[in-house]
Every structure is written in C-alpha cells, then in structure tokens.
Design a protein around this ligand. Structure first.
Ligand code: PGA
Length: 264
C-alpha cells in the first residue's frame, strides 16, 4: 500500500508535445520509493504521447500513473469537443481530475455536472480526484464558513455516488482553497490538516461507512512546491498533494519527491 500521492496538474501547459514528453520523462526519472504514488495529468492532446513514453520505460523507477484533467459523462455521442471515460481508459489513463475550480470558474462547471462526471468516471473504472475548496470571500468569514462551503460541495458532488467500498475507495478528494491556487499564498498547514480531517468525516457520512474516513485519500493543493510540501504531508490526515505550477519544473518535482521520502 502506498502512503502518499503526488499528483501533477499541468493545466494548459506546455505548448508543444516535445516539451510535454521532456517534462513527463523527467517525472519518470525521479526515483520514487514504494510509499509514494505519482500521477501526471497532462492536457488531453499529450496523453497518448506520455502513455507511449511510459510503455517504453516499463521499469522506470518513478513510474507515474497517467491522469486526465477532465472527462465528459457520456462515453460516445454528439457532444462536440468532449472526451469520454471509455476513451481515457483505452489510453491507459487511471485517474481523472474532476471539478477543478478553474473549470468551475472559466467553463461554468456546476456541481450537477461534476456529479455526473464522477458517476461516469467511476463507472468506467477510473479513479477520481475531486477538487473542492472555498473562495477568499468565504475564507475571510472564518474556518467554520470554509468548512460549510466544502461540506456543501461534497454533498452535491457526491450525491447518489455508490457507497460500495470498492467504489468509494476510488475517490480522492483534493482540498484546494481557491485563493491559494497559483498565488504563492499557500494555506496554513495546520488549517489544511483540520480541513482534511473534516473532509474525511464528511466522506464517512456520505459513503455511510465509519471506515471511509480511514480509507479515503485527502490531498492538499494550492501553491505547493519543494520547499513547503513536507509542511502539509507531515500530517497523517493529509495523504498527498495536487500540484500545478511546480509540477512542470523537473527540479521542483524531484525536490517534492525527496521531501516526501524523508517523512516518517
Ligand atoms: P498551483 O495549482 O500548485 O499552481 O497553485 C494547484 C492546482 O490548481 O491544482
């Protein structure tokens, strides 16, 4: 069993496939011990290239799993521009990020859409990285307001999702306060720990299983880098990190892996 998960969210980067293969290759070379699971989520157009790079290096030390940054809720049909869960599976994709705040903001993604995507992705056998987190205005009102916001998101996004043990285990929640994303203003580690514990409690409730709080994975995301990652992952309740900007830099990726390695 792995202990911590490190997920790279490349967002809309880089501009060329060549560069994508380079960055992916570097992530594959970072020696990752068994207790760290790494997942790389490139834009759709680079998934195939990255998948074949992974196939060519079957014994690479840091063999990263592939993830996508989004998915549609139908496998096939008249849905211009969309990519379905079966297509991702066929490419060897294991994880999919759903409900990232940037999609909620720029693409008008609602909790109802997020909910449908989660259902479809889990149905296809993918693991889901569900992103939740409050905006600055809510956080200013205090921790209780932030918790209420996250609780509401979780309830809406996971409504009706099977509480079957095997399915629930495939849901990873990334707590990403919006004000911390890409700003350098990373959240206070102790606050993140408290939120992770809170989220696990909600998952137990939503999945109707006290054990879900032990089994589920809750990550932190928002200006994580090689310097601060250990401040978050030192806590047992924080099972990993979802990293944007720093995940595109080979040296930062290495530093993050190294920092996790030293944790006990
Ligand atoms: P960041 O992004 O690490 O660049 O803040 C995190 C994310 O949006 O997943």
């Amino acid at each position: 069993m792995f202990k911590k998960i490190l997920i790279a969210n490349w967002k809309e980067h880089p501009k060329s496939g060549r560069e994508a293969v380079k960055i992916f290759g570097a992530a594959m070379r970072a020696k990752t011990p068994k207790n760290i699971k790494t997942v790389v989520c490139p834009p759709f157009v680079y998934l195939e290239k990255c998948a074949s790079t992974a196939v060519r290096r079957p014994n690479a030390k840091g063999r990263a799993a592939l993830g996508a940054q989004d998915v549609f809720w139908k496998d096939e049909g008249p849905y211009t521009g969309e990519v379905g869960p079966a297509m991702l599976r066929a490419l060897g994709v294991a994880y999919v990020i759903i409900g990232h705040s940037e999609r909620r903001r720029w693409l008008g993604e609602t909790d109802a859409m997020v909910n449908k995507k989660i259902g479809a992705a889990l149905g296809a056998g993918l693991r889901v990285v569900l992103c939740v987190g409050e905006p600055a205005g809510v956080r200013k009102k205090g921790i209780a307001a932030a918790q209420k916001f996250v609780k509401d998101q979780l309830a809406k996004d996971l409504r009706g999702i099977s509480s079957d043990k095997k399915i629930a285990r495939r849901v990873v929640v990334a707590y990403e306060p919006i004000w911390a994303i890409g700003t350098g203003d990373s959240a206070d580690p102790a606050d993140v720990r408290a939120m992770a514990v809170f989220i696990k409690k909600q998952l137990s409730f939503l999945f109707k299983s006290p054990a879900a709080s032990r089994r589920s994975f809750v990550l932190y995301g928002g200006s994580v880098n090689g310097k601060n990652i250990a401040d978050y992952l030192q806590y047992e309740a924080v099972d990993g990190a979802l990293v944007g900007g720093a995940s595109l830099k080979a040296d930062e990726w290495k530093k993050m892996v190294e920092a996790i390695k030293t944790l006990r």
